[in-house]
Design a binder for this molecule. Structure first.
Ligand code: PEP
Ligand code: CO
Length: 460
């Protein structure tokens, strides 16, 4: 029997990865305040994303989701946001060319402030303190006071999210992401590559297509589809007392939505069907995702789909696979087949970051560009073989020129890591590595497209 859901029914379930607040009165006051604030997104925008994601689930569009592992108040700036948006748009054009499909763009942004941690405590120079859990909870600074969970940070996160979203909307709607500009950025980018071929080929072909549109008498510069961009936000719905403040009922359809972001996901550590995160997420109507890591089996996966998407609605669920390049070929195929055979409508997306993290010889958490690419290639090959659609990618990335992941065209080495290692949590692809990967995926996808078109199966 299905239990009744309410915005706070999750409170009756076991829960992981939550802070313990000392000042409960202050916490209640803050939650009350935020519940009365205007929400960050609207019902209609959330439904719009769901319908775009339904196109992805049906194989007619492709999902690009990316952003910081953990957003931080210190990295909150004009320059960083603009750089992020620009990088996403450069990737979009490459992917659009490669997949021959519209790209649905979703940032890990404007709310990605809470982090699950593998250790409750952190020790430095023989001092042990509670772990940093994201700027919405405590501070990354290593003092006793800074690590105490502070309810005021919920309000700070709300305003940082609101300002971020405001600027992103302005960039997207104001024409910062128009095709001419992106074309120029990508040309500049291609010049910086040692091996220019793949990017230059793609860029030349995009230019050709635009000239063709013009030759048909259409002025592409006047088409809103090519001068403005739609852009959506997402974050991990980890801190449920914060999320609950945004759970609102739409009186038109009686459904509840979490209006802190367009899309929300459940992390790999908190997706137990008997626990609070799954309980909360089953009752909100946003598009949602959950991480599919090495510890899941196919029964758990199908059970979660049953609980979270009983109507089998396309666009509701994105499965974010994060197996690691060495495990994906063994672990992902049975899951993809099970979902396919069971008839679930989902988007399969590839997070090639979280299964490929390791510590460098100088003790810094990092990831290799080549490992990331390898997992992505395996992901698409698996889907191709099973006859399923690999519909998206999920990156931890920034537009900044950081040195957090190894390799890529800039050949970032272990010695370089400490130069500009700014992340508050996991290592991100920098702007150049992100665009480079998008062009590599584009080339791979476009070759797949060509071989499909030429294959005899298509001729019968
Ligand atoms: C993340 O996306 O930052 C994260 C913590 O991932 P996962 O839940 O897959 O470990
Ligand atoms: Co991460």
């Amino acid at each position: 029997m299905i239990q009744k859901w309410s915005v706070d029914s999750w409170r009756d379930f076991p829960i992981k990865q939550q802070p313990t607040y000392n000042n409960k009165n202050l916490l209640n006051e803050v939650e009350d305040k935020i519940s009365k604030f205007p929400p960050l997104v609207s019902f209609d925008e959330v439904e719009k994303l769901k319908s775009e994601l339904a196109n992805v689930a049906n194989g007619d569009a492709f999902l690009l989701q990316g952003g910081d592992c953990a957003e931080s108040f210190t990295e909150f700036s004009h320059k960083n946001l603009k750089g992020f948006f620009r990088t996403i748009m450069q990737m979009t054009i490459a992917l659009m060319y490669g997949s021959k499909k519209p790209i649905v763009k979703v940032g890990r942004i404007a709310g990605q402030y809470a982090k699950p941690r593998s250790e409750d405590n952190e020790t430095k120079n023989n001092i042990t303190l509670p772990s940093y859990r994201g700027d919405i909870i405590n501070s990354i600074d290593f003092t006793e006071n800074d690590r105490i969970p502070n309810p005021d940070r919920l309000i700070e996160s709300y305003f940082h999210s609101a300002a971020t979203l405001n600027y992103l909307r302005s960039l997207a709607q104001g024409g910062y992401g128009n095709l001419d500009k992106i074309g120029k950025w990508n040309e500049e980018f291609a010049h910086s590559l040692t091996s220019k071929k793949s990017a230059e080929d793609v860029i030349a072909k995009i230019k050709d297509s635009l000239s063709f549109i013009n030759a048909c008498g259409l002025d592409y510069k006047s088409l809103p589809q090519l001068t403005t961009a739609s852009f959506f936000t997402s974050h991990e719905a980890l801190l449920l007392n914060y999320q609950q403040c945004f759970a609102k009922q739409n009186i038109d359809n009686k459904k509840y939505y979490d209006l802190s972001a367009h899309m929300l996901w459940i992390g790999d550590r908190t997706r137990n069907p008997k626990e609070a995160h799954v309980e909360y997420m089953r009752g909100i109507s946003n598009p949602i995702a959950f991480k599919v890591g090495p510890s899941i089996n196919k029964d758990d996966l199908l059970k979660l789909l049953d609980i979270l998407n009983p109507q089998n609605e396309a666009g509701r669920i994105t499965l974010i696979a994060r197996m690691g390049k060495d495990k994906i070929n063994e672990l992902l195929p049975p899951l993809v087949s099970a979902v396919k055979n069971n008839g679930n409508k989902v988007i399969w997306s590839c997070d090639p970051m979280h299964g490929n993290t390791f510590k460098s010889s100088n003790g810094i958490k990092t990831r290799k560009f080549d490992d990331i690419l390898s997992e992505i290639k395996s992901f698409f090959a698996i889907h191709r073989k099973i006859g399923s659609y690999g519909g998206g990618i999920h990156f931890e990335m920034t537009g900044q020129d950081v040195t957090e992941c190894l390799g890529g065209n800039q050949q970032i080495s272990e010695i370089d890591l400490k130069n500009r290692y700014h992340t508050h949590c996991d290592p991100r692809l920098n702007g150049s590595q992100s665009v480079e990967l998008a062009f590599m995926i584009a080339q791979d996808r476009s070759e797949e497209h060509t071989s499909e078109l030429q294959s005899p199966d298509h001729l019968v």
